[in-house]
Each structure stands twice: as C-alpha cells, then as structure tokens.
Design a protein around this ligand. Sequence first.
Ligand code: BES
Ligand code: MN
Ligand code: ZN
Length: 481
Amino acid sequence: MFELIFSNIHSTTKNLVWVGTKIDQLPSEIDDKDKNIINKELNRSNNVVVFNRSTHLEIIVILEPSDKEEIRKVGSKVSKIVQDENLSELILQCNDEVLIYFYEFVEGLFLNSYRFNQYKSLKTENEVKYLLQVSDKYEAYFIELYHLVKSVFWARDLVNRAPSDLYSSIFVQEILNLFEGIAINIEILEKKQIESMKMGGLLGVNKGSSTPPYFVILHHNDDQALNTKPFIFVGKGITFDTGGISLKPAKNMHEMKSDMAGGAVVASLMYALAINHIPVNAIGLIPITDNMPGPNSLLPGDIITMMDGRTVEVVNTDAEGRLILADALCLAQKYAPTLVISIATLTGAAHKALGHYVIAGMQSKASAFFERLEKIGMDTYERIVEFPLWEEYFNPIKSDIADIKNAGNEYAGAITAGKFLEFFSDFPFIHLDIAGPAYITKHWGYWPQGGTGVGVRLLYNYLKSLLDLPEFNEIITQNEN
Ligand code: BES
Ligand code: MN
Ligand code: ZN
C-alpha cells in the first residue's frame, strides 16, 4: 500500500505532478521552451508531459473538463509513469480551477498503483509516498478516498491469494485483522452455531470440506445513522470452488480462487463505511466455506433443508453459491431490512453473457433503489446492466420432490440463479452477479490482472448517495411503516 501525506513543502528537487487546466497557470519552473513542448504535445492530444530534470521528474497534466472516468484514466496513466520510473516519492499539486476533477485524477492514480507481490521472491517495487498539496479543508476528502482505495486493495489481495492460503478460518482471521482497532460489531458464527441455526445450505456445501464453515456478521450502526432498519449486504464467500461432486473441468479452474470475491467486497465495504464514519446502519453477512469433492460431500440428488425450513433438491453441487447465500438471506429477513443487496461470483452464464466489464444486476421489489444504483454504476464506472426476474424464469427451478431445485437448464443461468435467491427474499432485494468483472486475466485501465475489487466503490458511493438524497428519509420511512 502507498502512503498519503499532506505537505506544503516547496521543493525544486522532488518529483512533481502538476495538474491544471491552462498552460498560463503553470508553475514558475516551467519556462517558455517547456511551454512550447507542452503545447506541441497538447496539439497531438497528449495531455501528460514528462520533463526529466537532473534530480527529478516533472509531470505536467493539462486536464480539460470532461467525464469522471476520463479523468480517472489520466490519473491512471500518470500512475503507469510512476511505476515505470520506479519513483518512491512524488508531490501532487493542482491549481484551484481543477479541484473539482482532482479527486477523480487522484482516484485513478491510486487505483492503478495496486501491486500484488506477495508470492514474488524478489520484491523490487517501491511503496510510493504521495505528498498531496491541497488546502486543509479538502484533506478530509482525500483521507476518505485513501481509506476507500485501501479497502479495494484489500479485496483484491484476498482474491489473489492462493486458495490453499485462504481457507475458511484464514479468511475469518483476515477479516478480524482488517477491522483491528475499528469500531464495528463483529460476530463470527462457528459450525456449532451454524448447526443450531439450521443453515442447511452452508452446512451442505461444507460437507466435503476438511475445514469448518463460518458465518461472519459485520454490523456498522453509526451513532448518527440516518436509517433505523438496516441496509444488508450479503457476499458469497466460497474460498475455492471445485464444483464439488459435479466437478468442474480443469481448464481455468484456478480462477475459482476468486469465488469469495463477493464476500471480500462486503468486508471491504463495511470497513470503508466504519472507518469513514458514514452515518448509516448497515450489516454485512458473509457465509464462508470451500466447495470440495470427497467421500462426505453433498451429492447430486440430495435434498437439503434451508434455515427457513424450506427444502432444496440439489441437482448440481456446482450451483453451491446460491445455497450458502439463501441461508444468509433467511438470516437477513430477521433484521427487517430496508434493502438487501447480494454480491457474488454466481454464474458462468453472467460471465458469458456480458464479458469482464459489466455487472449483471437483478432486482425484486426494489426498482427505485435499482435505478439509482445503475446511475452510481455509471458514475463509478462499475457498471450494471439489468437482467429481468420475470416469473417465467422460475419454471426451470421448480422441483418435483422438494420446494425448489438449485439449478435449471442451459438457458438464462444468471437469471434462474437470481430467481433462486429471490425465492428466499421477502424484502426489497438487489442481486449483483460479478462473475465476469471480479477477476480479469489482463490489466485494464486501473483494474489489475486478477482480483479487481469491483463492487466496493459502487456500493460505498451508492450508500453515500442515498444518504444525501432529500427523498431518502421518505424512501426509508415508507419502508418502515
Ligand atoms: N462460481 C461459479 C460461477 C463462476 C463461473 C464464477 C465462472 C466466475 C467465473 C458458480 O458456483 C458455478 O459454478 N455456477 C454454475 C451454476 C450451474 C451449475 C447451474 C455455472 O455457472 O456453471
Ligand atoms: Mn460452483
Ligand atoms: Zn461458485
């Protein structure tokens, strides 16, 4: 992780990034000759110009007012220079006119500075120190951003971890480490409690495992919370998905170490909410296990009983995510939530339909909530496309011998999974299938190869935007009556 320091030192020998809108506001070190160079580059539509001084680099960035994502991309481009030049310290400066875009610039710069070198024997990269020069009244925004980026990095790290280094109890320990010293309520349910709560989905999936299941409950109920009935976030925490007895093919199976991405996002989100004191009552629910084949595994054809007493015919043990999420949704019900959002690498079908760059979103009794989420998706560029949960899509998961079955046919797999979850929800519900964007095989923009942390910025900014809404109180009270 990089360091963020607020400093107003003036130095003519330290690496510097200067961000402005106009060439005539450039710092005095830039002479006319340099200005000509900058102008030439601007004419070739290059707005990032690097001057190599004997002691340091000066990176001049001329920003035009444009869309937030464009600005993040410029920040991300500068981050690439920082990395290529292996800089260890750098002053970030902007002129007042660009303050409104400077946030996105710094966001792109930070998000693209992620490195995962835990398993490299040679660690060659620097931990960069950013010396940010903004007036005192803006410092809080950048501290908040730093925390948010830190939480995104945490989610990426956990996805990237080798699966044998992140079995259930280690995942739990990592969550406890993350929240050390932070005011939040954490409950860790162990196997005995999970049994007494009759979470048949989580216990069923865990049957083939050599490690116990866990269920993590994170509750951030801020002193100033604007809602009483909580927002609940449910994250899939499958530390590795072999498919179980319905074993997956070998090709790309290693990517199934990302099957706990949703769970990591929920923990990261709760961390960002708690550390930044967001005035909200929010709960994170994370069921955790791996999905392994073995002599004790759940079998195709088995019938399991979920937490709410309803039965599921397991026709495919590889449709395990929905089984552990269904128990979490049953538990969510007990908190009388305002809205429940599940986030999960749930189906290959979502991945196939949309590729790597979009989240498949579904909603039930939450169309107004969803509309706003789509908008924040565009703003944060963690974009969502809506799949319908029309009633016909329930047909493939009707069971002859139990209340429902856990897999349908080869069509619309992302939606039938959504319908399965909806069956266990009796509240405004949004489901986000991140099977595509949670893990990518090639660096893209400010997303690194591997875990992307997709969902953290989306959900964090979503909650903040709901809290800012004048209609928010209305939405909430409507829901509470
Ligand atoms: N974790 C997988 C979904 C997945 C696939 C995520 C590819 C990321 C990339 C999930 O548990 C799964 O195996 N789903 C099955 C469901 C099917 C058996 C109904 C699938 O999509 O094939
Ligand atoms: Mn699976
Ligand atoms: Zn899975």
